[in-house]
Design a protein around this ligand. Structure first.
Ligand SMILES: [Zn+2]
Ligand SMILES: [Zn+2]
Ligand SMILES: [Zn+2]
Length: 809
């Protein structure tokens, strides 16, 4: 992989150094005389379009007294500066140290070129440059300057809900196609007034080329309608909305990436009503609060949590709730965590401005896992039975985009749902992964929480979170989004990667897609993709010992995997392959898919496998069922009726939660495991505490047996050991078992690097225990950063594996 800078090539190794701020200059310029006027060209790559980079550079050049120009090019900006060499050096230094907040500089490559006696510095238009500017930035939260204007009665944009500037505002969600210019956005229909136009044209202004620039005179406006769509007479629709929320109503509010359903998060009756109308029971609801201080009042925030809340993406951050008595119990029943986020659109700031509203449930406006509603009429049609009123506006949302979700796991920010604020930025890859030079390809992702990925060269672009691919709405959303991102990045895939599961909708979609275009299909095993993704984030070529601790994924033997130790590599003749070193023992999953929603089935399957008489009064009661029901399940297992085998760790968590907590049926995915983790809070995480033993059985692959774990756990239950202690012993036992398996793998292979991935890595306790235990054993441990360890990260890993295989060929 090489970067191109004019005629000059520089390897990505140097780009890695540049990222840390060191300039690379070729011999030509440094050989020039010290005091003579020089001219230098700089190619800047990264997120530098639509983020106020050109006016920033313009100002910088003015300040340093340099002539030349800046223009957007296909994958960044090109700058030429002319003047004294020390001034040029100062300019290039400040270029990185003072870059605008939304910019991300991945590399700067400079070279000397002959001076042409230019006198002025210019911003050249993208078109004049003869190339297409491809970048569409991500949506960014209202900046401090705009917020000050919003709340300043003397400002011409006082209380204007659509103000923005080059440092903030919607981008991706309002853009129809490239280049990112006003006519290609949903702001095209609003003609700027003279005052806005003057700002837009002035290179020294914060709103220079701010494509969504607007004011109350010329821009979008708000209105309120009732559930039937009839306009509500309101002098101030925001004030009216606040009254309704305080009165316990549910209001659908049009945001940046779609509608939210909002209600007062301190009003239990309102929250319950929202749950009933939305048919969403149990699953925690995200709440928005005014500011960091308000968040601190209801949650125990670590400095990392606070930093995550304040990023420009303004994601939902999963944090430890506080017993404040403020938040209604139905917001997050049964779990000690809260999903909190801060206002990121001016309209949202206005809702909190007069401090009467303390916390709002703000949940994506959809039914269950359907895509979020974005269009005014669509919202009315789909949400008329849920919302009492709709706060709408006439700035169209062109790309659906949910709120992103992050959690700080083991001290590091982890992206759980990649959406608003992150899309469509490429996943930041470790820059010195020389093998990672992907041909243009599409990876379609998995089944639930789908995200697809497009890759080319060293870039992998993940789509926004698309939800579950279970119905036509989801499928259409997939197609819309794929079309859009293919156009945006001008990527025409030459291969399609997909999950091995033959029954996934994403698999048939990949098949059709590849057949239509006559391009190759690459099937990637689910957990292999999880591990490869983690490796690519850290530029690991392998081989590594991959611990894929997950819910369910289709295995190469047709069974359901999910507790896997995979030796994985991304280089050499076996690049893109893996070897299954060990796995959690197979246990019956009576009822198949049904067992995911009904953990009592997993409990019976696991207990039966561990040698318990599940038809006895005592054991069946542990799973919360009658001996008769247990008898039927036993028959299913014995005869192999609808009872696949699984090595999933997620299912083991479910089974244990069913027995320990009585969580026989779940309302949402991973609920049982989340509650089990919550139960262990407060218990010591020291590695020398008691734990339930997982045993390694020396087979090929090695089997990690759960029998003694179950017997010890049941023994503790019978002796009345407390649930928190049992939950803690279970977590430690699982961690110890997999650490032991990794140690065993090292003895056989000599590999000392461990990559952790899979949905179970959302479990913070497990993540901490694994890292601590593995490091104690001398392993180097790697976890995900910008890619979800869950199925949202699957397409990224698929792309990595596919690229490794194609490059091998
Ligand atoms: Zn701003
Ligand atoms: Zn205006
Ligand atoms: Zn998975």
């Amino acid at each position: 992989m090489e970067l191109f800078a004019g005629n000059h090539r520089v390897s990505t190794i140097y780009a890695g150094i540049l990222r840390e701020g060191i300039q690379l200059t070729d011999d030509f310029s440094s050989a020039q005389e010290p005091n003579k006027v020089q001219r230098r060209q700089a190619r800047v790559r990264g997120v530098v379009q639509g983020v106020g980079f050109r006016p920033f550079v313009y100002r910088l050049a003015q300040e340093e007294g340099l002539a030349g120009f800046i223009g957007n090019d296909t994958d960044g900006v090109t700058i030429e500066v002319e003047g004294g060499p020390d001034r040029i050096d100062a300019f290039l230094g400040r270029l990185q140290s003072e870059a605008p907040t939304l910019a991300r500089i991945d590399s700067v490559v400079t070279c000397g070129i002959p001076a042409i006696q230019e006198k002025k510095f210019r911003i050249v238009a993208s078109e004049a440059h003869g190339e297409v500017a491809t970048g569409i930035p991500a949506d960014a939260a209202t900046c401090a300057d705009c917020l000050r204007e919003l709340l300043d009665p003397k400002d011409r944009r006082y209380r204007y809900p659509f103000l923005n500037c080059t440092n903030c505002g919607p981008r991706f969600t309002i853009t129809r196609r490239i280049p990112y210019d006003r006519p290609q956005t949903s702001m095209a229909k609003f003609r700027m007034c003279a005052a806005c136009q003057a700002e837009y044209d002035d290179p020294a202004n914060r709103r220079f080329h701010a494509q969504p620039n607007a004011c109350g005179e010329c821009g979008p406006h708000l209105w309120l309608v009732d559930a039937a769509g009839a306009p509500v007479e309101a002098a101030d629709p925001v004030a009216d909305t606040i009254e309704r929320l305080l009165a316990g109503q549910i209001v659908a509010i049009k945001g940046i990436g779609g509608f939210h359903l909002a209600c007062d998060a301190t009003n239990e009756a309102a929250v319950m009503r929202l749950r009933e109308r939305k048919h969403r029971y149990g699953k925690p609801l995200a709440i928005m609060v005014r500011d960091l201080e308000a968040a601190q009042a209801i949650a125990e925030l670590t400095p990392e949590d606070e930093a995550a809340l304040m990023t420009f993406a303004r994601p939902i951050v999963l944090v430890r709730g506080r017993d404040s008595g403020v938040v209604a119990p139905s917001v997050a029943p049964g779990v000690p965590w809260l999903g909190i986020f801060l206002p990121y659109a001016p309209l949202q700031h206005l809702l909190f401005a007069d401090a009467r509203v303390h916390a709002l449930v703000m949940t994506s406006a959809n039914l269950s896992e359907e895509p979020i509603a974005i269009d005014n009429d669509e919202a009315l049609a789909r949400l008329g039975n849920i919302a009492d009123a709709f706060l709408m506006h006439d700035r169209e949302i062109l790309q659906r985009c949910d709120d992103s979700v992050v959690a700080v796991v083991d001290g590091a920010r982890q992206l759980l749902r990649r959406a608003r604020g992150f899309v469509p930025l490429s996943v930041p890859l470790a820059p010195n992964l020389p093998e990672f030079d992907a041909p243009p390809l599409l990876a379609v992702g998995g089944h639930l929480k789908n995200v697809f990925a497009l890759a080319r060269g060293s870039n992998v672009y993940q789509s926004q979170h698309l939800g579950d691919l279970e119905n036509l709405t989801g499928l259409n959303f997939f197609r819309e989004s794929l079309d859009h991102l293919m156009r945006t990045f001008e990527i025409s895939p030459l291969a399609v990667a997909h999950d091995m599961h033959p029954g996934y909708l994403s698999t048939s979609l990949a098949r059709d897609w590849a057949a239509e275009r006559d391009i190759p299909l690459i099937a990637v095993q689910h957990h292999h993709a999880h591990i490869a993704g983690c490796m690519a984030e850290h530029a690991l070529q392998g081989p590594v010992i991959g611990l894929a601790l997950d819910g369910t994924g289709y295995g190469t033997d047709g069974r359901i995997w999910g507790g896997e130790v995979l030796i994985t590599r991304l280089d050499g003749p076996e690049s893109g392959s893996f070897n299954r070193f060990a796995h959690l023992e197979y246990v019956p999953m009576p009822g198949g898919e049904k067992a995911i929603h009904e953990p009592w089935r997993m409990a019976l399957g696991a207990l039966y496998d561990a040698g318990f008489d599940i038809e006895s009064e005592q054991v069946s009661a542990m799973a919360g069922v009658s001996p008769r029901e247990a008898h039927l399940v036993r028959q299913m297992i014995d005869r192999g009726i609808n009872t696949p085998l699984t090595s999933s760790l997620g299912r083991l968590f479910d089974a244990v939660a069913a027995v320990v907590l009585g969580r026989g049926v779940v309302d949402y995915e991973a609920q049982a495991a989340i509650e089990l983790e919550g139960t262990a809070i407060g218990q010591s995480e020291r590695l020398d505490r008691e734990y339930y033993v997982l045993q390694l059985f020396d087979s090929n692959p090695v089997t990690i047996k759960t029998e003694s774990l179950w017997h010890e756990l049941v023994e503790d239950l019978r002796h009345g050991v407390s649930k928190p202690i049992i939950a803690a012993r279970f977590h430690l036992g699982v961690a110890k078992g997999f650490i032991w398996a990794a140690t065993n793998a090292r003895e056989h292979t000599g590999i000392n690097q461990v990559a952790l991935s899979g949905g179970c890595m959302h479990n913070r306790r497990l993540a901490r225990l694994l890292r601590a235990g593995l490091e104690e054993e001398g392993f180097k441990v790697y976890q995900h950063r910008d890619v979800s360890p869950g199925d949202g990260g699957l397409s990224f890993g698929q792309a990595v594996v596919a690229a490794a295989i194609l490059n091998r060929r």
